[in-house]
Design a protein around this ligand. Sequence first.
Ligand code: ZN
Ligand code: FE
Ligand code: FE
Ligand code: ZN
Length: 272
Amino acid sequence: MIADYHIHTVLCRHAEGEPRAYVDRACALGMVEMGFADHLPLLGDWRPSADVPDDLAMRRDELDGYVALVQDLAREYRDDARILLGIEADYIAATLDETAAVLQEYPFEYVIGSVHTLGDGLVFDHSALRGRLRERGVDGVYVESYGLVAKAAATGLFTTIGHFDLAKKFGDRPRDGVAVAAAASAALRAVAAAGTALELNTAGWRKPVAEAYPAPNLLAEAARLGIPLVFGSDAHAPGEVGQDFGRAAAVAREAGYAALLQLSTGRRQELV
Ligand code: ZN
Ligand code: FE
Ligand code: FE
Ligand code: ZN
């Protein structure tokens, strides 16, 4: 079973189930490598806009416990699976220095760089705020989010880029497809130039958009650019680990991928 590098824990305040149950699920699927990548705490003085619910991430004083939790599971399960210590870090320009510092402070084996938040603090993918995305203007959200992805990649802080086209989550499609496609292409070129990998995130199939991130045409563009690919379920419940990976493998092959990046070794692994 292909490795799942995007697994959350209850520490983030919007996931459920015991961390161990996620690992057990992965092992039951025959997964021999996986990675936890829970949400990095909000850092410094930065806070999202006032209407964003307080359930985005673990607290700063819980990060030590998260690292210990994953390391303990990795030790306990080492005969069955390789469990990597990852983290999902937001790209937030205002706290980039704090982000870089905290990523240095812990022995993370990879970092997923994610854009969930626009420059004004709107968390555009939050299920409690889906109306705000439309108010804000769907195309503007797409274009700004792709611009932030490009900047995130250019920092070099991130191993992979999470859910590349997250703006589509609630099924809002761009009006000006040409302008939005240009922004997406620019972001992909930035990812390629930075040598950052991309995640095929199967959670999109569980959302209103009913499409994995990134969309097939963007994935094909990524393949042409030679961007390495990993899989992530973005599991927020044990049953979601490895979900739709068979379907994802077919989509990836169709897009032109013949191999995935194995994060434990940095080597390419044939996509079978
Ligand atoms: Zn989450
Ligand atoms: Fe995310
Ligand atoms: Fe996630
Ligand atoms: Zn996520």
